[in-house]
Every structure is written in structure tokens, then in C-alpha cells.
Write a protein that binds this ligand. Structure first.
Ligand code: ATP
Length: 293
């Protein structure tokens, strides 16, 4: 996989407060990386360092082969970010906003039209942004961020304030965007379940250090209720008896679950119930931050 972002031994302090402590990670093309941490963990600070809004104290940040400090102009050309809200001019129309940013980035007419279409604002593009819903503002801001065809996009808590429909639409939007433009996305959020649904990989920021979890490596637990006790079990899956008719299995994927069910049916056992236990991100989060749910 092609590397888009390399952060190496990055440190940042505000006065005596060390916020980022020798952090290193990489992000690859086509990847959505979720970025999670409690309030004050340093998520915004890291994102601000990565778009050069604030200076770093030590280490390096490389975007598409360009060092953000030594080759700032080229590194910034390869990325876009939405940090601390959509950042739109409310008294201007959507069209005036997108045209203004297009002129600042020297964007072609064709790309401008492509992004106006991408915003799916239709006739609302001629209305003042102050009249937009938060979802519409997000779509416009996203279209503006994509004007310069970035390889890497950073979104700081984009789900904030959106209702469940808005969150669902944004999630679909972002997934389609990453696939269509083959880019890399770093997205921070407090909405753990939403991050879990969209991210390929999760980075936790904990006391200035990074803690990574490979989402794909997690297994799922199922409780299967049978009409008779399980006597002949072949040890292919981790299994724990809950009572003499219910068993908890740890399963890698749906294929393995289907094999297990076939196996049980072959043993002439009737399956009365299959209950999936969501081993969700909140459990991981609780373990890492030692918070009580
Ligand atoms: N400009 C600043 N000057 C001094 N301290 C700052 C500054 N910006 C942030 N901090 C401190 O750095 C720490 C990390 O803040 P940051 O905003 O990066 O955290 P965060 O993870 O984004 O938090 P939240 O989830 O609440 O947005 C906090 O203790 C904060 O008070």
C-alpha cells in the first residue's frame, strides 16, 4: 500500500505541558483512520500540527513524500482539513463561498463545477449559508476541501451536532469519497460507535502517546442456544458453556459462523437462538482509558 502520511517522533508542548509525546504513525492510500481520545488528549493539537497551523517541537511530518517543515508548500498542496467546524462565510451564498476558495487555490472551472455537483446542494447553492442545515454546511465544506484534489484529508469531529440521519449520510459520503478519489482520511470523533462503523483502523491518543487497534483483527462472540447439550465438539472454535443448553463461541467472521452452524446441524442439534455480542469500540476505549461505563 502506498504511504500517504508518515509522522515520526513528533512532540509538542504548550509551555510546560507536554501534549504530544514522541508520536509515530503512518496512514496509507484508501485508508480511513479513526482518531479517538478523551477531551484534552491532544487530537486537535495533532491535527493542527499536521496542517502546519502550529509549529512542532520535535520530529517530522511527511505528506506524500514532502516534509511539512522543509517543503511546506508542496506538503500542504497534498492535503486539506476541516478543523473546528466547517469554516464558511455565513453571509455569503454557497456558490460565493466555493468560488472564493476556488480562486484562492487556483482551481480549474471544470473542477469547480465538479465540486458544486459533488455538494448536492442543487438550487440551495444560491442561498446564504446562514440558512443551511448543519448537514448542508458539512457537504459544502467537504466540497470546498476537495477542490484542490488532496491526497489526504483531516476532519476534526465532523459528526458533531448532526442528527442520526445526518451522521449516516456523512458516513456514506466519506466512504464513497475515499473510494472515488482514492485518498486517505483521518477523522477524529467522540462518537465511538460512528468511528467504529467508518474507520479501517483506530488510533487512540492516551496521555500524549499513541495506542493503535487493528479493527479487522477483532473477533465476535455469539451465544448459541441449543435444544440439547453439546457433547461432541471439535475444538475448531473457542467455546464456553454458559449453561447446559447455551454456549458462547468466539468467531472470526461470518464464514466461520456458517461453518459452525452447519456443524451443529450435522450433529442433529436444533438451534433455538443465535445472539451476537457486540464487542464494540466502547469496550476498547474503556480498557485504554480505564473509564467506567
Ligand atoms: N493554544 C493552546 N495553549 C495552551 N494550551 C493548549 C492550547 N491548545 C490546547 N491546549 C491544551 O492542550 C491539551 C490538548 O488540547 P487539544 O485541544 O489538542 O485536545 P483534544 O483532544 O482535541 O480535546 P477535545 O476533545 O476537548 O477537543 C489540553 O490540555 C489543552 O488545554
Amino acid at each position: 500500500m502506498e504511504k500517504i502520511v508518515t509522522v515520526k517522533n513528533l512532540s509538542k508542548s504548550y509551555g510546560k505541558q507536554l501534549v504530544l509525546d514522541d508520536i509515530s504513525f503512518e496512514i496509507y492510500k484508501g485508508e480511513i483512520v479513526g482518531f479517538i481520545g478523551p477531551n484534552g488528549a491532544g487530537k486537535s493539537t495533532l491535527m493542527k500540527c499536521m496542517c502546519n497551523l502550529i509549529n512542532i517541537d520535535a520530529g517530522s511530518i511527511n505528506i506524500c513524500g514532502y516534509d511539512l517543515v522543509k517543503d511546506r508548500k508542496n506538503a500542504l498542496k497534498k492535503q486539506a482539513s476541516l478543523i473546528e467546524g466547517p469554516g464558511l462565510f455565513l453571509t455569503m451564498t454557497g456558490l460565493q463561498n466555493i468560488k472564493l476558495f476556488a480562486s484562492l487555490h487556483d482551481v480549474s472551472k471544470q473542477r469547480l463545477q465538479e465540486m458544486i455537483d459533488y455538494s448536492r446542494l442543487g438550487k440551495h447553492i444560491n442561498k446564504k449559508v446562514s440558512a443551511y442545515s448543519l448537514g448542508m454546511k458539512q457537504r459544502l465544506a467537504l466540497a470546498i476541501a476537495l477542490l484542490s484534489e488532496p491526497n489526504f484529508l483531516m476532519l476534526d469531529e465532523p459528526m458533531n451536532g448532526l442528527d442520526p440521519t445526518g451522521i449516516f449520510e456523512l458516513r456514506e459520503e466519506l466512504r464513497n469519497m475515499v473510494n472515488k478519489y482514492n485518498m486517505a482520511l483521518l477523522i477524529s470523533s467522540h462518537q465511538l460507535n460512528e468511528i467504529e462503523k467508518i474507520a479501517d483502523r483506530i488510533i487512540y491518543l492516551d496521555h500524549g502517546k499513541i495506542n493503535e487497534v487493528e479493527k479487522n483483527s477483532t473477533t465476535t462472540k455469539y451465544i448459541i442456544k441449543l435444544d440439547k447439550a453439546l457433547t461432541n465438539y471439535n475444538n475448531d472454535y473457542e467455546c464456553m458453556a454458559i449453561d447446559n443448553l447455551s454456549y458462547q463461541f468466539t468467531i472470526k467472521d461470518e464464514k466461520e459462523l456458517s461453518q459452525l452452524i452447519q456443524n451443529l446441524v450435522l450433529q442433529k442439534l436444533n438451534i433455538l437462538d443465535v445472539i451476537k455480542i457486540e464487542d464494540d469500540l466502547e469496550d476498547e476505549y474503556s480498557k485504554i482509558y480505564e473509564v467506567t461505563k
